[in-house]
Write a protein of this length. Structure first.
Length: 242
């Protein structure tokens, strides 16, 4: 596919505008490989290294040997960010981003997430999302990356109770974690939330086991339809536990 990188960076740009987008992004893109041989010369050794077991320093936890991706050797790419280590952990602790003994963490302020919006927060190396549902005014939380392409969901679009992945446009119900539109097929982790004053807390230590109940517009069976009027939409309770 032509302009594949540009398409995944900006999936909402129509295909007929991708050539113009390419010209804008061209200075920021890495130099193309000269041949398929150049690709294999970097890709095959990298795949072999990725198969090696990861090793970490016992004292600091810093990686000393492990997978090496082929982009690590590209001379025209910016250097990787330095490891966070203890300094980042201390900053997280001071910012309230270290969970307490029960797994709760202060994710954000309620005013930071207007109804119908999503906000990202990080705890150590993990990324999460907080959503402010427009229909019930409650806050919900999920893992921060799509289960299909690992894109950051905080960059996606919230519509009703759905979060749309910005990479391939798949959708999840952020209240239940259920996949609602292909290509996503795997459920996303959901996390319990609570509101104390103006602060939204998320229980990041216990994901994937939240039971959610909420009213969802649906259509009743024939018996219910006969009682409430033919074809009338019914309220049904959705209980999810996994």
């Amino acid at each position: 596919m032509h302009y594949h990188v540009e398409h995944h960076m900006f999936p909402m740009v129509p295909y007929y505008n991708l050539p113009k987008l390419h010209e804008v992004l061209k200075p920021q893109l890495p130099t193309p490989y000269g041949s398929i041989w150049e690709v294999y010369c970097e890709m095959i050794p990298a795949l072999l290294k990725q198969g090696r077991p990861h090793k970490a320093d016992a004292a600091t936890g810093e990686p000393v040997e492990g997978p090496l991706y082929f982009t690590d050797k590209r001379k025209d790419l910016p250097p990787p960010l330095p490891s966070a280590g203890a300094a980042q952990a201390e900053r997280d602790r001071k910012a309230g981003l270290t969970p307490d003994e029960h797994g709760w963490v202060a994710a954000c302020e309620a005013g930071d997430v207007p109804p119908g919006e999503v906000e990202r927060f990080d705890v150590g190396p993990r990324t999460y999302c907080v959503y402010h549902a427009a229909d019930d005014g409650r806050f919900y939380a999920t893992a921060g990356r799509c289960t299909h392409g690992a894109a950051l969901l905080a960059d996606g679009l919230v519509t009703d109770n759905l979060i749309e992945c910005p990479k391939h446009n798949g959708c999840f119900d952020f209240k239940t974690g259920l996949p609602k539109r292909l290509p996503v097929k795997t459920r996303i982790a959901t996390f319990e939330t609570r509101l104390e004053g103006s602060t939204v807390f998320v229980k990041v230590g216990d994901g994937k086991h939240l039971q959610v109940s909420y009213d969802e517009e649906g259509h009743g069976d024939k018996e219910a339809g006969a009682k409430a009027g033919e074809g009338a939409p019914q309220k049904k309770k959705v209980d999810v536990s996994w």
